[in-house]
Design a binder for this molecule. Structure first.
Ligand code: CUA
Length: 166
């Protein structure tokens, strides 16, 4: 009897959650054309990296491809919300930044977005965490978290910030 009740509860949970997720599509889906990714739009090479948008938001644009991230090194400020926007031009990739909660899956044709705040300055590794082929384990980038003051000073004169100091 007890086993029967447990099984009934579990099956009931499966039906309820299955119907729930089927009835509620993802809140936002943003798509991008993989074929023109490198030629025009948001993910052209000159637009990748960290930008301070006109509305004062910090946006990092990342492109993943077998087997590297573009750019290979990101600079972000500490103590400010940072919005990541990323996509892939070939296989499914993903990334996680150090021990932070920055974590995303990059799927060709879709734009992944999330916002996070890095508390302290420091340097993190950003490995690809979805198996994407033979070069998967060599696919990673670096993230430099610098103080808000230094970030605002360095980004003032350039539209895009990179790890290379000019
Ligand atoms: Cu890219 Cu694994």
């Amino acid at each position: 009897m007890i086993v029967g009740i447990v099984i009934a509860i579990l099956v009931g949970m499966m039906i309820v959650t299955g119907l729930h997720w089927a009835a509620m599509p993802p809140s936002r889906v943003e798509t991008v054309d993989v074929k023109t990714l490198h030629i025009k739009g948001e993910f052209v090479e000159s637009n990748l990296g960290t930008a301070l948008e006109d509305d004062g938001k910090v946006v990092v644009r990342v492109l993943a491809q077998q087997y590297s991230f573009q750019p290979q090194c990101l600079v972000v400020p500490a103590g400010m919300p940072v919005t990541f926007r990323g996509t892939s031009s070939d296989a499914i990739h993903g990334f996680v930044v150090g021990a932070s909660n920055a974590n995303a899956m990059l799927i060709p044709g879709f734009i992944a977005t999330f916002t996070t705040t890095f508390r302290r300055p420091g340097e993190h590794l950003m490995p690809c965490h979805e198996y994407c082929g033979t070069g998967h384990e060599a696919m990673w980038a670096r993230v430099q978290v610098i103080s808000q003051q230094e970030f605002l000073e360095r980004i003032r004169d350039t539209r895009r910030l990179s790890c290379v100091r000019s």
